[in-house]
Ligand binder design. Structure first.
Ligand code: TMP
Length: 208
């Protein structure tokens, strides 16, 4: 099973992944977590270029392509082999981030961006995408207190409103794949809802 976590800035998704892994491992499942952009040596180097605050001149098309380069590598090197081995893979952001940020946020042509994403992923679509939805202002306020402030956090407020609207649009179009959680709620309720959403899609395990 391939699970992705998505959300606007400051949705808190990253903090939910280690406890989700503990929860699944306690059931005897083999689970691996990774993140985008990154997750491979090449991907982490590309992440550095994309997020570098010095790279103010980066064009949205360059940015879009760099995300796809990192993605192609993680799909081939990490995600596909683990899925083929029967593992659960959880990825902190994936292809939908490109549609939300580069497509809706930077207002790049959505059909063209979707075609690039398909090429980069080889057509690999998550089984479940968890959207941690949070009010844009609340999320940005949380993010400002984060040590990992990067170039993608320094866009205009309208950009982040378009990103969030993009996520809501995707959720509407593929309600079976997406599950939205109110990330403005207290941390434990968010974690519980994420666990429930994942569990409802996994086959039952019989602990001996
Ligand atoms: P994060 O590690 O805080 O999630 O930061 C990753 C940043 O990269 C976040 O601002 C979203 C952005 N991003 C894109 O714009 N497009 C993408 O395809 C991905 C994977 C991330």
């Amino acid at each position: 099973m391939f699970i992705t976590l998505e959300g606007p800035e400051g949705s808190g998704k990253t903090s939910h992944i280690p406890p989700l892994m503990d929860y699944l491992r306690a059931q005897g499942r083999v689970v691996f977590a990774t993140r985008e952009p990154g997750g491979t040596s090449i991907g982490e180097q590309i992440r550095g270029v994309i997020h570098d605050l010095k790279n103010t001149e980066m064009h949205p098309r360059t940015e879009t392509l760099l995300y796809q380069a990192a993605r192609a590598q993680i799909v081939e090197q990490v995600i596909q082999p683990r899925l083929k081995a029967g593992e659960i893979v959880i990825c902190d952001r994936y292809a939908d981030s490109t549609i939300a940020y580069q497509g809706y946020g930077h207002q790049q042509n959505l059909d063209e961006v979707r075609a690039l994403v398909k090429y980069a992923t080889g057509g690999l679509v998550p089984d479940l995408t968890l959207l941690l939805d949070v009010d844009v202002e609340v999320g940005l306020k949380r993010k400002r207190n984060d040590a990992d402030w990067n170039r993608m956090d320094a866009q205009t407020i309208d950009f982040y409103h378009r990103v969030r609207a993009g996520y809501v649009e995707m959720l509407k179009h593929e309600p079976n794949r997406w599950h939205a959680v109110d990330a403005g709620a207290d941390w434990q309720s968010v974690q519980d809802e994420l666990r429930a959403a994942i569990s409802s899609r996994l086959p039952a395990v019989h602990l001996i």
